[in-house]
Design a protein around this ligand. Structure first.
Ligand SMILES: [Zn+2]
Length: 315
């Protein structure tokens, strides 16, 4: 089964994705973006949060959910260092001696680590072994209709230190001024999870793990998504720039086969998604859609989708 989530969230003064520091200036990620103004297309630069940043957060939540369900997570992933068995040094920690057969390598990695099972890996040695991630996440970008109101502005901060004459040595200074570029926008992003790929070989398409273990891993993957969205624990600089705002809308679709909700950057994404699912239904495919706008909170919609998956025997 396939799960697809569209999320809209408002963030005022966030520093979720910083890309570089030039001197004392920390820059927010910005991307070129097509918007329509007076019937003409134009490009504007808007604050953005990368898919890598969101994926990293998701995998950190997955580590926690996996461990609390007593599922295996390798030492690198437990530390939040997602090298993912990229070379012999990291793979040897899971399997030693390293097998020659790509299928055996994949099997050893999947068995040893839930994060690499769900999040994929690239073993770049001979033979190379690649496993696609069972989850996909887009960049978070401003909602189109209000993208022109999205801003990234530097905020001035100062750090002070009390010093007596004896400690005034080298380059230490009493005051340091620094700028953090903060973004303010109504963002939208998409998250997809292919539950059928978990615990299954990307090479042979056959299960690597037994049914019970696969179900536990699916459940952990769903809980990780729930926790990430519910706690707003994603992105950088949360300790002093925790975004002011929160999820304003969320939709979640569950289908038998891959189906992705219409991107929440469009204002009519809910209606479009509903219409697209109706067409799917006419082909005989069952689907489920939960929508959290106004009266329903995001957690309720997510819970409904997870309950539906449970009823269908996904876990
Ligand atoms: Zn791992």
């Amino acid at each position: 089964m396939f799960l697809s989530v569209g999320v809209r969230f408002e963030a005022n003064v966030e520093a979720l994705n910083m890309i570089e520091t030039a001197g004392n200036y920390g820059k927010h990620r910005r991307v070129p973006y097509l918007v329509e103004e007076d019937g003409k297309l134009k490009t504007v630069y808007v604050p953005a949060i990368s898919g890598e940043s969101l994926a990293h957060a998701y995998q950190e939540h997955l580590v926690r959910e996996a461990l609390s369900a007593s599922l295996p997570v390798c030492d690198d992933c437990q530390r939040g260092e997602f090298y993912k068995s990229m070379n012999k040094v990291h793979l040897k920690k899971k399997v030693d001696p390293i097998p020659d057969d790509p299928k055996a390598i994949e099997e050893a990695i999947v068995k040893a680590c839930v994060v690499e099972d769900v999040g994929g890996f690239l073993y770049a040695e001979k033979p190379p072994v690649r496993r696609s991630s069972a989850f996909q996440v887009s960049y978070a970008l401003p909602v189109k209709s209000v993208a022109l109101f999205a801003t990234s502005e530097p905020q001035l901060h100062a750090r002070h230190a009390q010093m007596d004459a004896s400690s005034k040595k080298g380059n230490a200074s009493e005051q340091m001024i620094y700028y953090v570029e903060t973004g303010t926008a109504l963002y939208g992003f998409t998250f997809n999870l292919d539950l059928d790929a978990i615990g299954v070989s990307a090479i042979t398409s056959k299960p690597i793990l037994d049914e019970n273990e696969i179900k536990k891993r699916r459940e952990a993957s769903l809980k990780a998504l729930f926790r990430m969205l519910s706690s707003s624990q994603f992105g950088a600089k949360l300790s002093r720039f925790f975004p002011v705002g929160g999820i304003t809308e969320l939709i979640v679709a569950v289908t038998d086969h891959p189906f992705v909700v219409t991107s929440p950057i469009y204002d009519d994404y809910i209606e479009k998604t509903q219409r697209r699912l109706e067409v799917l239904k006419s082909f005989g495919e069952e689907s489920f859609l939960a929508v959290a706008v106004e009266e329903k909170v995001p957690e309720e919609a997510l819970k409904e989708a997870i309950d539906y998956l449970h009823e269908k025997g996904a876990f």
